[in-house]
Design a protein around this ligand. Structure first.
Ligand code: ADP
Ligand code: MG
Length: 886
């Protein structure tokens, strides 16, 4: 393929107007001259605006921007035109298009943009539409139009939705996407113009819309057209789809071809800007200043023109000539207007058609306009392609005067404030409603609960009532049954008299009688009690008196007891003397005579028949004592001759029976000598007599202490242990018994084994020995009870500790009265609280009770009784045993 380039220059061609629509022919001389220096030799004021068309500052003139787009070969062309070259050749880098005239010649045209068959939809949008969209957002009216033969890609370029392939999206979709990026206030109308009728593609029922023209501003509006506010891209696409569908449906209904109609999309854009023209956040701005925002209103018109091919005037498509004229009217008028504008004619016939009326602003008005002319590659349509190119070339000469449409939008402010007020009112109402609802809910709930409670109360009441009724009925039934049974029983009883009944009657009578007797008895007893109570009052006074007497008695008794003790000692001595005498008489021992004599002499009490000789003996001993001297006698205790020794002991013993001698004997060391004899001698006779002497000396309190201090208890205990002779034991027991009567010596005596020694001697059953043991125990017990009363002693009796109680109890009723009396006294003294437990368990209580009842000696009986009654422990025990201490 050769192109006719000569001298590196492109041949300038005049294109005949005959190739364009006939309407454009009137004096319009299109001369799109292209030179190698690319200086365009265009006519009119458009000459200076070849470059930087749309980026100019607002308010300056701008030329219609024209781009040419070549459609790729379609399938048909690929096969049919396979052997032919394309009729056009593009030089996009030079923005030139060569239209082949024949194999060797071509015309070259220059456009604002040359888009090859490989140009992407994105690029097409960017070069054709984007500058327009930006202008619209700045407040201009903008128009994008597509012009070309049917099938060359107008709709593809403008209206492709690109559902499956986003890269295929056309200018409409992309433009609105860009607008949404800047503002969200868009209203859309979509109409179709066919045979000078305007149909609303968004509401097909509106099929004959009229155009309104503001006489002042000259603004064009379509009052009847749907103006739909669109919030987002998706809605917009849906709207396009809807319009498309309606277009298709309408055209089918009207039996027209879409290629014969013009589709016009009008997008009204509102964008708030600051007073100074800066873009601001309208909301916060308004809140701060409450000044009305400046709103820029722009309108984007996208026109998908009808096919530019000439209609066969023969009406081959089934149209009449008139129809054909009408169909083409708008497009012809557009051409004419463009020609007029291109030639800067004083008259532009915009009123000739509805399309030109609608697009009045788009050419020479206040709009920026882009025109894309679409061409096909097929040489078969070279004519149509050529005329399309010429249309584009002419349009390139059309100049627009841009004008920003800016105004203070008080209305919108008022509306916004209204909206705010409305929303506040609505909010308030909502809150009030919610509050009332809540109250209603609560009261409803309360009512429900109340009614439930009432119901449940009624239910339970009913239940109770029913239950009660049932229970009642059952009881009645039971009672009736019982009644029936009773009746039957009564019947049978009446019919045959029962023996048992008679028996029972008898028993009843008997019982009644007994009860009466018992009642009488009770009455008697009550009388007695009354009487007794009366006498008790009198008796109480008597008791007080008697108590006093008793105390006196006790006092006297104690005195007497002391006297008795002295007398007993004397009795002991006397019986000892009597013994000695008897022995001497029996043995006829001469040497013993002296002792007998001496013993008789010192015995204070004697039998009447013995009195005379006794007096003599006593006197002789006293005489001897005076003559020989105490020291001498004492020295004889250590004599070699046992007879001398025994006589000496007997003499000392006799002397010791006299209280007047005792002091002298002790002073002379007699007591020590006597105690020594208990160990130094083996002779039991000496032991017996020495012990007797010690016993006599032990009647004196001072001596008692001396005996103790010289270890007398141990010596006496040892003697008791070794002795077999009841008389020896009697003497030893008597000595210890005397020591037992000393209050001061109690503890030592016990500690040195005195009590044990005393008790050990009961192995000899001789009543004399037992009597001494009993006396010792009584003495000890008396001292203990005294100490206890004075609060000196606490704790259990040492006698009990040393095991005396068993013997005491056993011998409490000894037939020998000396033994019995001592033991009775001992029991009375022991009967203290501290000993109560042992006494009870040891059986001593019984003995005390017995004593209190049966003792022949009244004083002891009273003492025992008092002892029992004054001891709570015994009282408790007696009550337990149901024994009356009285
Ligand atoms: P018109 O609206 O001008 O009558 P269309 O847009 O309907 O033409 O396009 C006719 C056919 O050609 C459609 O099938 C379209 O898809 C296809 N076509 C148009 N332009 C192009 C292009 N640039 N690339 C690919 N296919 C295209
Ligand atoms: Mg189309």
């Amino acid at each position: 393929m050769s192109t006719n380039y000569k001298n590196g220059s492109v041949k300038t061609k005049s294109i005949s107007t005959s190739s364009s629509s006939s309407s454009f022919s009137s004096g319009y001389k299109s001369k799109p001259s292209v030179t190698s220096s690319l200086r365009r030799n265009s006519t009119g004021s458009a000459a200076n605006s070849a470059a930087g068309l749309h980026k100019d500052t607002p308010g300056v003139s701008g030329r219609v921007r024209v781009a040419v787009r070549l459609r790729p070969r379609n399938n048909e062309e690929l096969s049919t035109d396979a052997d032919f070259a394309d009729c056009v050749e593009l030089q996009p880098e030079l923005k030139r298009l060569k239209l082949r005239r024949n194999n060797w010649d071509s015309d070259t045209f220059e456009f604002d943009e040359v888009l090859t068959e490989f140009a992407s939809q994105k690029r097409v949008y960017e070069v054709v539409a984007k500058p327009v969209v930006e202008s619209v957002l700045e407040g201009y009216n903008g128009t994008v139009m597509a012009y070309g033969q049917t099938g060359t890609g107008k709709t593809y370029t403008l209206g492709k939705l690109g559902d499956e392939d986003t890269s295929a999206r056309g200018i409409m979709v992309r433009a609105v996407e860009d607008i949404f990026a800047e503002t969200d206030s868009i209203s859309v109308s979509y109409i179709q113009l066919y045979m000078e009728m305007i149909q609303d593609l968004l509401d097909p029922a509106n099929d004959n819309l009229s155009i309104m023209e503001d006489p002042k501003t000259g603004d064009i509006t379509l009052p009847g057209a749907s103006l739909i506010e669109v919030r987002d891209q998706q809605s917009f696409v849906e709207l396009l789809r809807l319009g498309e569908a309606h277009r298709f449906a309408t055209n089918t209904k009207l039996n027209t071809e879409s290629s014969r109609s013009h589709a016009i999309l009008m997008v009204h854009v509102k964008k708030s800007v600051g007073v100074s023209g800066e873009n601001v956040n309208s909301k916060s701005h308004m809140n701060r200043t409450m000044k009305p925002p400046v709103v820029r209103k722009g309108k984007l018109i996208v026109v998908d023109l009808a096919g530019s091919e000439r209609i066969d005037k023969s009406g081959s498509e089934g149209h009449t000539l008139e129809e054909a004229k009408s169909i083409n009217l708008s497009l012809s008028a557009l051409g004419k207007c463009i020609n007029a504008l291109a030639e800067n004619s004083s008259h532009v016939p915009v009123r000739d058609s509805k399309l030109t009326r609608l697009l009045r602003d788009s050419f020479g008005g206040t709009a920026r306009t882009s025109l894309v002319i679409t061409i096909g590659p097929s040489p078969r349509h070279r004519g149509e392609t050529s005329s399309t190119i010429m249309f584009g070339q002419r349009a390139m000469k059309v100049e627009n005067m841009l004008k920003i449409k800016e105004e203070f939008d008080y209305k919108s402010l008022a509306r916004k404030l209204d909206v705010q007020v409305e929303s506040l009112i609505a909010q308030h109402e909502r809150q009030q409603k919610a509050y009332q609802d809540e109250i209603e809910k609560i009261s409803l709930e309360a009512k429900k609960q109340l009614s439930q409670a009432e119901k449940s109360f009624a239910d339970s009441l009913e239940k109770e009532r029913v239950k009660y009724q049932r229970d009642c009925m059952e009881s009645i039934k039971k009672l009736e049954a019982q009644l029936a049974v009773n009746k039957i029983k009564e019947e049978s009883l009446r019919n045959k008299p029962n023996e048992e009944l008679i028996e029972l009657k008898k028993l009843l009578e008997n019982e009644t009688r007994l009860r009466k007797t018992a009642e009488e008895e009770v009455k008697n007893l009550q009388n007695q009690v009354v009487q007794w109570k009366r006498s008790e009052v009198a008796g109480n006074a008597e008791i007080v008196k008697l108590r006093k007497m008793l105390e006196d008695e006790v006092h006297q008794r104690e005195k007497l007891e002391e006297e008795i003790s002295v007398l007993q000692n004397q009795l002991l001595q006397l019986s000892f003397d009597a013994d000695e005498t008897r022995k001497q008489l029996e043995s006829g021992d001469h040497s013993a005579e002296m002792t007998v004599d001496m013993g008789s002499l010192i015995s204070p009490v004697r039998q009447p028949q013995m009195k005379h000789s006794g007096e003599q003996e006593k006197g002789s001993v006293a005489k001897l004592f005076e003559q020989v001297g105490l020291q001498k006698i004492l020295s004889l205790l250590e004599a070699e001759d046992p007879d001398v020794r025994i006589h000496a002991v007997k003499v000392i013993a006799n002397l010791a029976a006299e209280a007047t001698n005792q002091e002298k004997i002790v002073e002379a060391g007699g007591l020590t000598s006597l105690l020594d004899l208990l160990t130094s001698s083996d002779d039991e006779n000496i032991h017996r007599v020495a012990a007797g002497a010690i016993a006599n000396l032990a009647m004196n309190e001072t001596n008692q202490e001396l005996i103790m201090s010289q270890g007398g208890i141990s010596l006496l205990a040892m003697t008791a242990q070794n002795a077999d002779d009841p008389q020896t034991l009697r003497m030893v027991a008597g000595a210890i018994a005397n020591l037992c009567g000393n209050d001061k010596l109690q503890l030592v005596l016990r500690a040195e084994g005195g009590i044990k020694a005393l008790l050990s001697m009961v192995r000899c059953r001789h009543p004399d020995v037992l009597a001494q043991v009993a006396r010792g125990i009584a003495n000890f017990a008396k001292c203990e009870s005294r100490a206890s009363t004075q609060g000196i002693k606490s704790g259990k009796s040492l006698l009990i500790e040393d095991g005396a109680l068993g013997w005491i109890v056993k011998n409490a009723n000894n037939e020998a009265s000396p033994i019995r009396r001592h033991i009775e006294l001992a029991l009375c003294h022991l009967a203290q609280h501290v000993n109560a437990k042992d006494m009870i368990s040891g059986g001593a209580l019984w003995e005390l009770v017995r004593i209190s009842r049966d003792c022949s000696r009244e004083d002891i009986r009273i003492l025992a009784r008092r002892t029992l009654s004054s001891s709570p422990s015994f009282q408790v025990e007696l009550k337990r045993l149901r024994l009356n201490s009285g």
